[in-house]
Design a protein around this ligand. Structure first.
Ligand code: 4NP
Length: 156
C-alpha cells in the first residue's frame, strides 16, 4: 500500500479537500487496495474539527465526499507515509523542521501542476468562496498528475 499525506496549516481547508479529491480519484481508478490517503496540519489550532464549511461546500458541489477530523503532523508520520505533500513553502519548511531528516517522498503539491508548477496552493481561509473553487481546481489538476506519476513509477 502506498500511503500519502497532504499537509496544510490548519488541516481544515486545503489538505482535507486534497485528501477527499485523492480518495475519490483512487476509487474511480480502482486503486483503493494500492493507494491510501490522509491529511494533517502543521499547526494545532483545529485538532478534532471537521473541515471548513466552505471546503465541504466546494467538495460536495463537485460530487466528492469529504470527511476528516483535524490533526497535527508529527515527525513519526514520516515513517508511516511514503509521500508527504505540503500545500505551500511555509508548510514545507515546517515539515522539514519537524522531520529533521530528508524524506524521499516530500514534494510540494503543485510540483505536479502543469499550470504554474511549484507555486503555492494559496491559503483560502481569510478569503471568499472563489478562493475555495480556485484551490479545488489546483488540487484536482495536481492530484490527477500525481496519481499518474504513481501509476507509472510503481507500475500500478
Ligand atoms: P488550511 O487553512 O491551512 O488550508 O486548513 C487555514 C485554516 C485555519 C487557519 C489558517 C489557515 N487559522 O489560522 O486558524
Amino acid at each position: 500500500m502506498i500511503k500519502i499525506i497532504f499537509i496544510c496549516l490548519g488541516n481544515i481547508c486545503r489538505s482535507p479537500l486534497a485528501e477527499a479529491i485523492c480518495q475519490h480519484k483512487i476509487k474511480e481508478k480502482g486503486l483503493t487496495d494500492k493507494i491510501s490517503c490522509d491529511s494533517a496540519g502543521t499547526a494545532n489550532y483545529h485538532i478534532g474539527e471537521d473541515p471548513d464549511s466552505r471546503s465541504i461546500e466546494v467538495s460536495i458541489k463537485h460530487g466528492v465526499p469529504i470527511q476528516h477530523k483535524g490533526r497535527q503532523f508529527h515527525y513519526t508520520d514520516g515513517e508511516t507515509y511514503d509521500y508527504i505533500l505540503p500545500m505551500d513553502e511555509s508548510n514545507m519548511r515546517n515539515i522539514i523542521h519537524e522531520l529533521g531528516y530528508k524524506h524521499e517522498g516530500l514534494f510540494l503539491m503543485r510540483e505536479f501542476d502543469a499550470q504554474d508548477k511549484g507555486a503555492d496552493v494559496p491559503d483560502p481561509y481569510y478569503g471568499g468562496k472563489d478562493g475555495f473553487e480556485n484551490v479545488y481546481q489546483m488540487l484536482d489538476r495536481s492530484i490527477e498528475a500525481f496519481i499518474g506519476m504513481l501509476i507509472e513509477k510503481h507500475s500500478l
